[in-house]
Design a protein around this ligand. Structure first.
Ligand code: ZN
Ligand code: ZN
Length: 344
């Protein structure tokens, strides 16, 4: 079969490799669509923190946002059938340690992450994964299904931030994850949702997808905006989905007294050189979000109910043979490019 492999920093190739063989608890999936995300870009270019600190090693097949059809099942797998459209979780725990046994398999000390850490991802014709981390997707469209993974991250971020109808929520950074967080915050009942971005295109999209207000961090004083929109209280929950020091700084300013500051996904390795005084003065709680354990069924239900829409995030589609063009477009950071899909 064909597989896209990263052999070293910026060394991306399409290789002919043997198809993986499923074990008794595994599913073999014929991949239909794979989303390219910032994490993939950082892994391919070699600047991802887990590449630079040696935790993750090349060669590696990238791709953790995927959908596909069940091609073969291990003997012990009973919750799936041949031909099912399925999606898979990224973080795969050992199943034995105290973290796995209490449901926190995303922080298992021996966790592997498909396409990221110690396990090949899905940018290939066939992908294999333990069946307990594979879920049926009942809505029929494989492109939509490929974006279940980023949607689960948004749902988990809102869960970690305990978003409730009492809360005013601000989302800083309106890439795919940020736009999904806007929708997830709405679905969790937030009474007011603010979207912050530097891109006018993304701000308009945030409004279309349910933000009450969308403001450019380049054009306004973010601290003043927070006061003015909330009657002086600032925001109860701020989800930082920008992954850089500037977004974090904006998030702290937007976050009110006793507010929850939720930091999602990838943080670029630049120094955060920031005084913690606001966090202390306002007794803010800083919450990290790693992956998306235990939220796949709930996220798929929210998508089925139309509460989380992923189609507006799809900017372009490429074949596996066009992988280089797909990455070029994803890396381009054009303001109107959100999710690029590769369809093996
Ligand atoms: Zn991703
Ligand atoms: Zn474990």
């Amino acid at each position: 079969m064909k597989a896209v492999r990263v052999l070293g920093p910026s060394q991306l190739v399409l290789d002919e490799v043997p198809a993986p063989i499923p074990g008794s608890g595994d599913v073999l999936v014929r991949i239909a669509a794979v989303g390219i995300c910032q994490t993939d870009i950082e892994i391919v270019s070699g600047v991802h923190g887990w590449i630079t600190d040696g935790q993750s090693r090349y060669p590696l097949v990238p791709g953790h946002e995927w959908s596909g059809y069940v091609e073969a099942l291990g003997a012990e797998v009973s919750h799936l059938a041949l031909g099912d459209l399925v999606v898979g979780e990224t973080g795969i725990g050992c199943g034995q340690c105290r973290w796995c046994r209490t449901g926190h398999y995303n922080v298992c000390p021996d966790v592997t992450e498909a396409g990221i850490l110690g396990r090949d991802g899905a940018l290939r014709e066939y992908h294999v994964q333990p069946a307990r981390f594979v879920h049926r997707f009942p809505l029929g469209d494989p492109d939509t299904a490929a974006l279940v993974e980023p949607a689960t991250v948004a749902v988990y971020a809102c869960q970690r931030g305990a978003v409730s109808p009492l809360d005013r929520v601000a989302v800083v950074g309106c890439g795919s994850i940020g736009l999904l967080c806007v929708q997830a915050a709405r679905a969790f009942g937030a009474r007011f949702v603010l979207a912050v971005s530097r891109s006018e295109y993304k701000l308009r999209l945030a409004e279309t997808l349910g933000a009450d207000r969308a403001v450019s961090s380049a054009a306004v004083n973010i601290g003043e905006v927070a006061q003015e929109m909330t009657g002086g209280d600032a925001f109860d929950v701020v989800i930082e989905a920008g992954g850089n020091a500037e977004a974090f700084n904006d998030a702290v300013q937007l976050c009110g007294r006793l507010g929850r500051l939720v930091v999602v996904g990838y943080a670029s390795p630049e120094a955060y050189g920031y005084s913690l005084q606001t966090i202390i003065d306002r007794e803010q709680t800083l919450v990290g979000v790693r992956g998306s354990p235990n939220v796949y069924p709930q996220t798929i239900d929210l998508m089925a109910a139309g509460r989380i829409r992923v189609e507006p995030l799809i900017s372009a589609r490429f074949t596996l043979g066009e992988y280089a063009r797909a990455f070029e477009l994803a890396v381009s950071r054009k303001p109107d490019v959100l999710k690029v899909l590769v369809k093996p």
